[in-house]
Design a protein around this ligand. Structure first.
Ligand SMILES: CC(C)(COP(=O)(O)OP(=O)(O)OC[C@H]1O[C@@H](n2cnc3c(N)ncnc32)[C@H](O)[C@@H]1OP(=O)(O)O)[C@@H](O)C(=O)NCCC(=O)NCCS
Length: 142
């Protein structure tokens, strides 16, 4: 699918993704800045990806690990610095939660700072979730 807003567009699917741009975007985050390039490639191939473009430049990314039936894990939402604070993060999030293939699934995510943003889309904190980190991992990763 493709959504347009002024000069920006959002495209779904792994084929649209500029993996080098996503690698750079995620390198600027506190949770994914140590992920090697091949890990980024693999998560792109295995996720429902949402890519934000201005012209041919990818300036935003989000992805969902989903079974397309009951469960979707939203992760790695990021907008390039120069393009923040103009509503693009909210727009990207709206495209994700309203995507017809997953809109009727339960969404889960992890965030340390953006609760207010997600609450606007109906996300609520839950005391019922548990997580198991990969062996050897000290910190949690969204
Ligand atoms: C969070 C992020 C995606 C927002 O993108 P954006 O394009 O600037 O967002 P928008 O312009 O649509 O505005 C988002 C709204 O959410 C609010 N918000 C809540 N938590 C926020 C946070 N941690 N960072 C930025 N905005 C946040 C903003 O204040 C803004 O509200 P406003 O319109 O009333 O001012 C962007 O700041 C980013 O990439 N940050 C680094 C990566 C990150 O923290 N991602 C979220 C991981 S859970």
């Amino acid at each position: 699918m493709e959504w347009k807003r002024e000069a920006y567009r959002i495209v779904d699917g792994p084929l649209a993704v500029d993996a080098d741009a996503v690698f750079r975007l995620l390198a600027g985050t506190h949770w994914a800045n140590r992920r090697p390039r091949e890990i980024i490639q693999k998560l792109i191939e295995n996720s429902l990806c949402f890519s934000l473009f201005l012209g041919n430049e990818q300036v935003g990314f989000a992805r969902v690990a989903t079974d397309y039936t009951v469960f979707s894990w939203l992760s790695d939402l990021v907008i390039a610095d120069a393009h923040r604070k103009q509503g693009l993060g909210e727009w990207l999030l709206r495209c994700v939660v309203e995507h017809p293939a997953i809109a009727r699934t339960q969404f889960v995510l992890q965030t340390s700072s953006a609760h207010a943003l997600y609450e606007r889309f109906g996300f609520q904190e839950s005391a019922k979730l548990m997580t198991r980190l990969p062996p050897g991992t000290q910190r949690s990763a969204p």
